[in-house]
Design a protein around this ligand. Sequence first.
Ligand code: ZN
Length: 407
Amino acid sequence: MADIDPAKLGARAETMIKALAPISAEPNRLVRLFLSPEHRRAADLVTQWMCEAGLAVTEDALGTLRGRIGEGPRLLIGSHLDSVADGGNYDGPLGVIAGILAAAHFGGRPPVPIDVLAFGDEEGSRFPSTLSSSAACAGVFEMETLRLADRNGMTFADALAAYGKNTGDIPKAAYKAGEAAAYVELHIEQGPLLEAEKQPLGVVTGIVGQSRVRVTVTGEAGHAGTVPMTLRRDALAGAAAMIMMVERIAKANAAASMVATVGRIEALPGATNIIPGTATFTVDLRAMSDKLRHTTVATIQHEARGIAKARNLAVAFEPFHDAEAAPCDVSLQDRLAAAIGDFGGRALRMPSGAGHDAQMMARLCPSAMMFVRCRAGISHNPAEYCAPADMGMAVAALIRFIERFKL
Ligand SMILES: [Zn+2]
C-alpha cells in the first residue's frame, strides 16, 4: 500500500475541482442544476474518474452515481454534484472527489467494500425539494415530490424522464437492510468557525433541526400625518419589536447552537405616508435539540402575543417547515477525530447549521461528517475556496479512517 501523502492528495483534489468547475449552464458563473445537461456532463466526468479508481459505476433512478468496489456490507462515502445558482466549486464536489481519491489510494483493494455516491439534488435549486436523491438511497423518497415543478413549469417526473430515468425504478435505488454499514461525508464548512480556531478540519456533531414560521401582525392602516402616536395600531412597529425579541431569545440560547433569522418582511399597504396595517415576516429557527427548538418556537409565539396585546394588535402564526435534527453517530465521530489527529489536526467538534445529504442517510445507517475549513467562511458564492493543503489533509484522514474501519 502506498504511503498517505496529504500534499499529493490535495493537489489532485484541486485539479479535479478545477475540472468540474466549468461544467455550468452559464459561462461566467456556476449554475449546475439537478437533472440538467450540466448535471449529465458532471456525472459523466465523475463516472470516468470512478472507473479510473477501480470502481464499478451504476446510476440509479434519481441520477445518483454509485461507484462500487467489494462485495457485502459496505461503507458509503458521498456528497453532491449540484450547485445553487452562482455557487462555489467546492460545495458538494469535494466530498465526491474525496471518496474517489480514497478508493484510488487502495488500488482496487480497499480494506472494506466501498460505495462512492454522487448525489444530484442536495441544494434544492431546481425543484422546491431538497435531498431527494439521498432520500431515494435511504428508502424514504416521497412520491409526491414527482409532481413538483421547476420555474419553467417542468415537473420533477418529466425532468427524470428527459434524463432517461424511469420513476418506477425509484424504489430500487434504496439500499437494503444491512447493506449499508455507515455513511461518511466530507464537506466544506460553509461557515467561519474552523478558520477562527485555526483548524483545517472539524467533525460534525449533527445537523441542526429547523423550524420556519410565517408571522402576520395586523393593526390598522391610517394617515401618517393625522393619527397621533398614542392612537396608532402600527403593525410594522409591532413586528419590529417581535424581531428584536426573536434575536434576544436566540442569543440567550447561543450555547445550545441556536440561531434564528428573520429573512423576509413585508408591510402593507406599503406607502411612505400610511401607517402599516399589516406586517408579515418569517422566522427561521435552528437548533441541535428538537425539544429546545419546539419549546423556543412556543416561547416566541407567547412573547409575540404579549407584544401584540400591549400594542393593541393581532398576531397569527403559520408554521411551514419542520425538520428534525440529525445527530451524527458518536462512534464514527470519534473515529474521524482520531484519523484527523493522526495528521496533526485537533478535529473541532461542531454542529452543522446547514442541511446535508448525511441527514437523510442517517435515516438509513450510522452517519458522520467531516468539515473542511473554507476561506472567510464564504459559501454559495463564487469566492468559495478551500486550500489544497486542507483538502489533502481531509482526504488523508478519510483514508486513515477507512484503513481502521471495522464492519
Ligand atoms: Zn453542499
